[in-house]
Write a protein that binds this ligand. Structure first.
Ligand SMILES: [Zn+2]
Length: 94
């Protein structure tokens, strides 16, 4: 019975140590996905510029174009929104 208690305490201790690391790792993964999404959107913006000679006037112009995003615009996994900055490049609000 004492062995079971000791094993339980060890498992609880390991869980308490591991949980914050798992959470932080998931946060880094979501940030990486957001960065990757921004790279895709900015690549589409540059392709638009190289094709038409103009940057899109709004984020809606680029994300609604099925030529660039046939499956729809990617969404920020951290609940931010992608917007155009003054340089006509996408940034995230998160
Ligand atoms: Zn984001």
């Amino acid at each position: 019975m004492a062995e079971l208690l000791i094993v339980s305490l060890i498992l609880v201790t390991l869980g308490a140590v591991a949980a914050p690391r798992v959470s932080r790792s998931a946060g880094l993964d979501r940030q990486a996905i957001c960065t990757s999404n921004l790279e895709r959107i900015n690549s589409a913006i540059e392709t638009c510029y190289n094709t038409t000679g103009q940057y899109p006037n709004s984020m809606e112009d680029i994300i609604s174009d099925k030529h660039y995003f046939p499956a729809g615009c990617p969404e920020c996994p951290i609940r931010g929104q992608y917007i155009l900055n003054a340089d006509r490049h996408a940034v995230c609000t998160h």
